[in-house]
Design a protein around this ligand. Structure first.
Ligand code: SF4
Ligand code: SF4
Length: 397
């Protein structure tokens, strides 16, 4: 294993895959760019990846649409990484994780066509981890009809893929249901950071993955950077009370590194400085004490005071007879308010929630009028959501 510096990155076994992975994985969705998102700054990105690999990162995560001009690709991340690995002879030093753009698939052959393009762009005969990208209930039903599992079987039997899995923003019940439908899943990528313990599959999902010995990778460790940028003064006051002082970045990463149900934290790094700092933190054994855990919970509670409404995601208002995904509409709005990330939340809002389930589908039938235990006037709240995401971010539709 390459390591030219003094830092020794920590490694974990990726569940039943038995692969030894660095606890810090290199996410390539936010590589530095020049003119626009598709125009990767190859010089700086090369320096970053070189430093990362030379200092022990052995998992690079990419996806078909990363660094595209549009939301759903094709992007330039896979092609850049393929060139980088080839030119620097690093292919054997890293595991490549990439993802199938399942939302683009219309017939069975499309799985194969996209995959072959990805192999070509990555300049490799195989990928180590192939994930169905951002799997949700609707896409799962569609791709099952298109025999996605036969495609995955073929990938495995031809050794073009070593391990299969999916990335997910789903709730725990649906994650388990999908896991139960195919015995060959080995890796799941979910969202996790100290604010999201009970969001999407959250800690219950990680617990389940551990129980069934699946590889567990996590994304959004810094909530799109918000846990380390523009930190509210009241949050900083809490961090300042800690017995052991850490930077907000150390708090966010060590919270995850201290969890034994997380095998690899994918960080979408944008500068060489970030790579260096993340590697430094991932090379420390820094125990989060019980008091630290309590402080982290207080910080999470403080962040949540900045939310746009009091929805607790209890689900009593669901299902809406007109198909509005009330919970996720209110949640994405809340996240935007709480984290100050309107653009990232708008992308989530328009990609995770179907056209017919967004806030503008509420017809004010008032069936949910007296249901909410938080006494929310749901149609009014949805109107706020629609106003917030509807105009400025229309281009994400
Ligand atoms: S008022 Fe809107 S959100 Fe509530 S049930 Fe009717 S359509 Fe659904
Ligand atoms: S009933 Fe109220 S608190 Fe519960 S999910 Fe619906 S809007 Fe949120």
């Amino acid at each position: 294993m390459l390591n030219l510096g003094v830092l020794i990155l920590l490694y974990r076994e990726l569940g039943k895959t038995k692969e030894k992975v660095s606890i810090l994985g290199f996410g390539t969705m936010r590589l530095p760019t020049i003119k626009n998102n598709a125009d990767i700054d190859k010089k700086e990105a090369t320096e970053m990846l070189t430093y990362g690999i030379e200092n022990g990162i052995n998992l690079i995560d990419t996806a078909y649409p990363y660094h595209s001009k549009t939301l759903d690709g094709p992007g330039n991340s896979e092609g850049f990484i393929g060139n980088f690995l080839k030119e620097n002879s690093y292919r054997d030093d890293v595991l490549i994780s990439t993802k199938s753009p399942i939302w683009l698939v219309e017939k069975h052959q499309d799985f194969e066509n996209y995959f072959e393009k990805q192999l070509k762009d990555l300049q490799t005969d195989y990928v180590d981890i192939y994930l169905l990208h951002s799997l949700n209930e609707t896409d799962w039903e569609k791709i099952k009809e298109l025999q996605v599992l036969d495609f995955l079987d073929d990938c495995l039997s031809s050794n073009k893929v070593k391990h299969v899995g999916f990335s997910s923003h789903m709730e725990i019940d649906y994650v388990i249901e999908i896991l139960d439908e195919y015995p060959k899943w080995e890796v799941v990528l979910t969202q996790m950071n100290y604010l999201d313990e009970y969001y999407q599959s959250g800690v219950m999902g990680l617990d389940y993955l551990k129980e069934v010995n699946l590889g567990s990778m996590v994304m959004e460790p810094l909530r799109g950077g918000r846990l380390v940028q523009n930190i509210p003064p009241s949050v900083m006051e809490l961090w300042d009370m800690a017995e052991k002082k850490r930077t907000p970045l150390q708090w966010a990463l060590q919270y995850l590194f201290n969890r034994d149900d997380v095998h690899c934290v994918l960080s979408g790094m944008s500068s060489l400085e970030q790579v260096k700092e993340n590697i430094r933190i991932a090379s420390e054994i820094d125990i989060i004490s019980d008091n630290d855990q309590e402080l982290i919970r207080e910080v999470a509670r403080e962040y949540k005071t900045f939310t746009g409404n009091d929805c607790t995601r209890c689900g009593y208002c669901m299902p809406c007879p007109y198909g509005v995904d009330i919970i996720n509409c209110l949640t994405e709005y809340n996240i935007a308010q709480m984290m100050g990330t309107p653009k990232a939340s708008a992308m989530q809002y328009f990609t995770l929630i179907d056209d017919d389930s967004r806030a503008d589908s509420c017809i004010r039938c008032m069936e949910c009028e007296f249901i909410c235990p938080q006494m929310l006037n749901i149609p009014d709240e949805l109107e706020k959501v629609n106003e917030y995401f509807g105009d400025e971010f229309n281009h994400f539709r």
